[in-house]
Design a protein around this ligand. Structure first.
Ligand code: SAM
Length: 447
């Protein structure tokens, strides 16, 4: 049985009133787990047919599923193929609350990537800058973006204030899912409970205000801020909403009806009605605690978007394109260079003068005058590669490939080849004389 600090339970009793018993009872239920279907690769219907574990649909997010099994799914080849991203159903209620997502999106605190994934999947027209200030966490974020093969995400590892400096009034939407005291995680993360003390809420609120002050100049006039935390403390939630209203004249917007139905209204503060902001509780729907507020920046300005030229010489671009055209069906879009790597970039990425860790799909690099494809080329464009080897879930070569071994080719010709699982891209290799040399990255292999 989880022991909660008295100071915390006293406040929760004040907030929840008659619902407190239901909240306390939720600690006896197993923590919920969910997943977001990568609809860039597979339709929800096809996913439901293929996925081996029992799931239930989530009323407020069509790409979301509640996992009804406690088995670990990390080793699942469909997970390795980026067909889904594990995310708590409570956390899904944040991006799902937005009535519309468009244009340039900044996810300012993005690792490991849950909100970025949902925002990127909302439309191909959207470009998401997924930023994570903590560099090791930014690398995990990048790995997730690459595994899913998302083509409309760029990854950065900058301080929030850098966006105000380099991209002022540039973003249509900023997602600020900020570090918090994590009270909503108490059911499943003992560490959050251990770190809790009476001062933690104030400390987090100060940091949240600082991050928002730093990043808000990067939001367009009339743009939208999605503010969220996974805590219940009013200091870090409702009081932040009031701070944004009072300091910046921001207004609170209602979420989508489906999210309203699955959540409770935010508390009134200072006698002001903040019920358009929402609180997600595990006793209303399965999922961990969450707070979400959609806020609009005042003003309405239209900005012309100026495209930044690519850094490629004519000859360089010709050589990269020749490789791509030889191996991939259809166009991969604009190609740009960053360091030694070549990227297929979203048109909106080229309107942002940012130092990216990854500007889009990392398609490869030149080595000794030859173009060498990167794993990300296969995860993002593998379905369109001309040379493919498709492995069924019961094919013994699948485990061999994930382990890092060479496998026999049944259908692939000599040359670079996309390895698919049940028709969905998993990685790549190079076929020589009927054997496929394994190009699955060492860090992802099962050994
Ligand atoms: N949005 C993520 C998702 O859906 O997967 C979860 C983000 S987590 C709640 C908050 C993130 O804020 C952490 O990755 C943490 O490293 C980052 N962070 C911590 N301090 C920060 C700061 N001062 N400025 C910006 N980000 C910070």
């Amino acid at each position: 049985m989880t022991i909660l600090p008295n100071e915390y339970t006293d406040r929760m009793k004040r907030i929840l009133g008659d619902d407190y018993n239901a909240y306390e009872a939720s600690f006896l239920l197993p923590p919920s787990r969910g997943l977001v279907i990568n609809t860039d690769k597979i339709t929800p219907e096809a996913f439901d047919r293929l996925f081996a574990y029992p799931t239930e649909k989530i009323s407020y997010f069509d790409k979301g599923r509640l996992l009804m099994s406690e088995e670990k799914v990390g080793g699942d080849p469909l997970h390795a193929a980026g067909l889904y991203y594990m995310q708590d159903p409570g956390a899904m209620s944040t991006v799902a609350a937005l009535p519309e997502i468009k244009g340039r999106v900044l996810d300012v605190a993005a690792a490991p990537g849950g909100k970025t994934v949902s925002a990127a999947l909302s439309s191909d027209e959207v470009f998401v800058v997924a930023n994570e200030v903590n560099f090791p966490r930014a690398k995990v974020l990048l790995q997730n973006v690459e595994r899913l093969g998302l083509k409309n995400v760029g990854v950065t590892s900058l301080a929030p204030r850098d966006f105000a400096k380099y991209t002022p009034e540039c973003f249509d939407l900023i997602i600020a899912d900020l570090p918090c005291s994590g009270e909503g995680m108490f059911r499943k993360e003992q560490a959050a409970l251990d770190a809790w003390n009476g001062n933690i809420n104030k400390m987090n609120a100060e940091r949240q205000k600082e991050i928002l002050d730093d990043v808000l100049p990067a939001l367009k006039e009339g743009g939208t801020l999605l503010y969220s935390t996974c805590t219940y403390a009013p200091e870090e939630n409702e009081q932040i909403v009031l701070y944004l209203m009072d300091k910046y004249g921001m207004t609170l917007l209602p979420p989508r009806q489906e999210v309203t139905e699955a959540t409770a209204p935010a508390l009134s503060e200072d006698g002001r009605d903040l019920s358009s902001a929402r609180r997600f509780y595990p006793f209303i729907r399965p999922g961990e605690g969450q707070f979400v507020a959609i806020m609009k920046k005042s003003g309405e300005k239209l900005y012309a978007t100026k495209s930044i030229p690519t850094k490629l010489s004519f000859n360089e671009e010709k050589r990269v394109r020749e490789f791509v055209e030889r191996n991939v069906n259809g166009d991969v879009g604009v190609i740009n260079k960053q360091g030694d790597d070549y990227y297929a970039v979203h048109p909106l990425a080229r309107t942002l003068p940012l130092r990216f860790l990854s500007e889009g799909v990392r398609i490869g690099a030149m080595s000794g005058g030859k173009f060498l494809p990167h794993h990300n080329l296969f995860t993002a464009f593998g379905g369109r590669m001309k040379n493919k080897e498709n492995l069924r879930l019961d094919d013994p070569r699948l485990a061999e490939y994930l382990f890092g071994l060479e496998v026999d080719a049944a259908e692939a010709q000599d040359g670079y080849v996309a390895i698919l699982v049940e028709g969905y891209p998993l990685g790549g290799g190079k076929c020589v004389g009927g054997r496929i040399k394994n190009h699955y990255p060492k860090g992802l292999r099962t050994h």
